[in-house]
Write a protein that binds this ligand. Structure first.
Ligand SMILES: NC(=O)c1ccc[n+]([C@@H]2O[C@H](COP(=O)([O-])OP(=O)(O)OC[C@H]3O[C@@H](n4cnc5c(N)ncnc54)[C@H](OP(=O)(O)O)[C@@H]3O)[C@@H](O)[C@H]2O)c1
Length: 254
């Protein structure tokens, strides 16, 4: 039996990119996956693809910036499966030039708030909703998807860096407060991962330059992240809590 068999896993933002790959790998490994998107038909399309694994995946329309959506996500999942084992906080604000390519001083406060609201508060919102359910079963796993600028800093994309740094603090806090309930919280700090949202944002020359940042001289694939994510939540990692694991092909070294 696979280590994720019969585990119930919510993957936020699993309509495409890294989240979609996490949903696929978790399903392959036997987990019941809850696919979320702000667009129900996008989530349903992924669930249809996952149907072949026979793991009863479901689609739930969720905008993580909305309290009612997140409450509904957790309640519907609990009603359907009777428990929630895993939350992957993957959903994130898209990489857009307006915020990624602009100077700190050219981004207004509303811009900062928008990204912090989805990348940081959205994940906090999901954690707040899921923790009581995990406490009931005295077990759970949360993985927050952060980014290497949260560790090393970056000269652009300041709202993303700030929001993703907050996720590392959130991870440490939840680990220390809820470890005693056998709820583990860890974080993955990603480098350059070839989701179309990120890869296609750059011209060819920049794509090559970014590949060369990694000591392994390539972009990471979404499945690289999915494979690590699917290991971190198993008992193979049962003594790892509150950590940030860098997934960047060896660039930012701790
Ligand atoms: N790719 C990289 O190189 C890289 C590097 C570091 C960190 N990351 C992080 O990895 C995660 C996934 O990135 P990606 O490249 O796969 O991005 P992506 O292809 O743009 O996918 C983002 C996902 O998040 C969802 N989403 C966005 N805003 C949302 C909201 N308010 N509520 C619910 N869902 C929302 C999107 O769903 P819908 O649009 O369908 O609603 C989509 O499924 C993000 O947190 C990103 O910051 C990526």
């Amino acid at each position: 039996m696979d280590k994720l068999s019969n585990k119930v896993a919510i993957v936020t933002g699993s309509s495409k990119g890294i989240g979609k790959s996490i949903a696929e790998v978790f399903s392959q490994k036997g987990a019941h996956v809850v696919v979320t998107s702000r667009n129900l038909s996008s989530a349903k399309a992924i669930v249809e693809d996952l149907g072949s694994y026979g793991t009863d995946p479901i689609a739930i329309k969720t905008d993580i910036t909305k309290n009612d959506d997140v409450s509904n996500l957790i309640q519907t999942t609990k009603n359907h499966y009777g428990k929630i084992d895993i939350l992957i906080n993957n959903a994130g604000f898209p990489l857009v030039s307006e915020y990624w390519d602009s100077s700190f001083n050219d981004i207004d406060i509303e811009g900062f708030k928008k990204i912090i609201e989805s990348d940081l508060i959205g994940s906090i919102r999901c954690c707040k909703a899921v923790i009581p359910v995990m406490k009931e079963s005295n077990s759970g796993n949360i993985v927050n998807i952060s980014s290497t600028p949260a560790i090393a800093g970056h000269s652009q994309g300041s709202p993303y860096t700030i929001a993703k740094s907050g996720l590392m603090g959130l991870t440490k806090h939840l680990a220390l407060e809820y470890g005693k309930y056998n709820i583990r919280t860890n974080c993955l700090a990603l480098g350059n991962i070839k989701s179309s949202a990120t890869f296609d944002h750059f011209d060819n020359k920049t794509q090559q330059k970014l590949a060369n940042e990694a000591s392994v001289k390539r972009w990471g694939e979404p499945i690289d992240v999915a494979n690590i994510c699917s290991s971190v939540v198993t008992d193979d990692f049962s003594f790892v809590n509150g950590q940030t694991i860098v997934v960047d092909g060896g660039n930012v070294l701790l």
